[in-house]
Write a protein that binds this ligand. Structure first.
Ligand code: F6P
Length: 323
């Protein structure tokens, strides 16, 4: 293999740049040529492809977002789109790919490999931390710390005004961001898609708190919770406790930006190197990840079909720590 391509796809995540940098520098180190593909699969289809050198990735390790831009490609879902992408890669002489992204990215990569056989290795880049095959994904640690910083600030107002704040964090359909936000942010209640937390339970917890002279509360709601969004949950609770002074804060895309933490820069660098070394060793259709501090490669099909379970003790921790 002489020439590889790298792209970022799906939601951007802090540390993607550090990963691109590691991929480019590892390729250069081993004497491979490396091409950047802009805008994920959309750029692959359009041939938005350029040669990268070591200098191309100077001064980006500390930056959020992705130098290569990102997209969720609808065209790549079609056979024609993938055929066009293959033609472009062939025209550019690209013999191997490194995909940085989440489950949508790897679903696409898996189909593409089965159809056209271009060796592909993935680096888990998503704030959601919802990928099987790695303890942590690139961007997760930064997102949690960004959210936590916001929650600390919200707590000041919750405390001053003696309010109940329903704070919605990202995660699509996973509670991985919500759990450390709740434990680290000292929340009274956490609601995640993986466990059933009823509105009655929320009301019971609030009433129990008030009876113990607690005057402010933080309820962390993960996107995708079975009771609905933070706004819907706050409305359902308010219906039964009309005099409750409640506010809703949706943290949203603030969680996706910003400079990556040390942990994310380290993970991104480690996995970037592992992706290129994996390709060179003849690996394909796998994601590089770290489990129990060891580097592992997991087939794409497992990363997208198997669920990474959340330790149920974590929700219990929130209950214990808020009595
Ligand atoms: O997958 C990352 C993520 O930020 C999810 O947490 C969230 O549900 C989704 O992307 C938002 O996607 P978009 O930026 O396309 O609105």
């Amino acid at each position: 293999m002489k020439r590889i391509g790298v792209f970022t796809s799906g939601g951007d995540a802090p540390g993607m740049n550090a990963c691109i940098r590691a991929i480019v520098r590892t390729a250069v180190y081993y004497g491979l040529e490396v091409y950047g593909i802009r805008r994920g699969y959309n750029g692959m289809i359009k041939g938005d492809i350029f040669k990268m050198e070591s200098i191309t990735v100077s001064n980006i390790i500390q930056k959020g977002g992705t130098l290569l831009k990102s997209a969720r490609s609808k065209e790549f879902l079609t056979k024609e789109g993938r055929q066009a992408a293959y033609e472009q890669l062939k025209a550019h002489g690209i013999e191997g790919l490194v995909a940085i992204g989440g489950d949508g990215t790897f679903t696409g990569a898996n189909i593409f490999y089965e159809e056209y056989g271009i060796p592909t290795i993935g680096a888990p880049g998503t704030i959601d931390n919802d990928l099987y095959g790695t303890d942590y994904t690139i961007g997760y640690d930064t997102a949690v710390n960004t959210a936590l910083d916001a929650i600390d600030k919200i707590r000041d107002t919750a405390d001053s005004h003696e309010r109940v704040f329903f704070v919605e964090v990202m995660g699509r359909d996973s509670g991985y961001i919500a759990i450390p936000c709740a434990i680290g942010g000292g929340a009274e209640i956490v609601m995640i898609p993986e466990t059933d937390t009823s509105i009655d339970f929320v009301i019971e917890q609030l009433r129990a708190g008030w009876s113990r002279s607690k005057t402010s509360f933080i309820v962390i709601v993960a996107e995708g919770d079975e009771e609905g969004s933070a706004t819907e949950i706050a409305a359902k609770v308010s219906q039964q406790i009309p005099n409750m002074d409640a506010r809703v804060t949706i943290l949203g895309h603030v969680q996706r930006g910003g400079a990556p933490t040390a942990a994310d820069r380290m993970l991104a660098s480690q996995l970037g190197i592992a992706c290129v070394e994996g390709l060179m060793a003849g690996r394909t259709n796998e994601m590089a990840g770290i489990i129990n501090r060891e580097l592992v490669y997991t087939p794409f099909i497992e990363t997208i079909t198997k669920q990474k379970l959340i330790n149920p003790n974590f929700t219990k921790m929130v209950d214990i720590l808020s009595v």
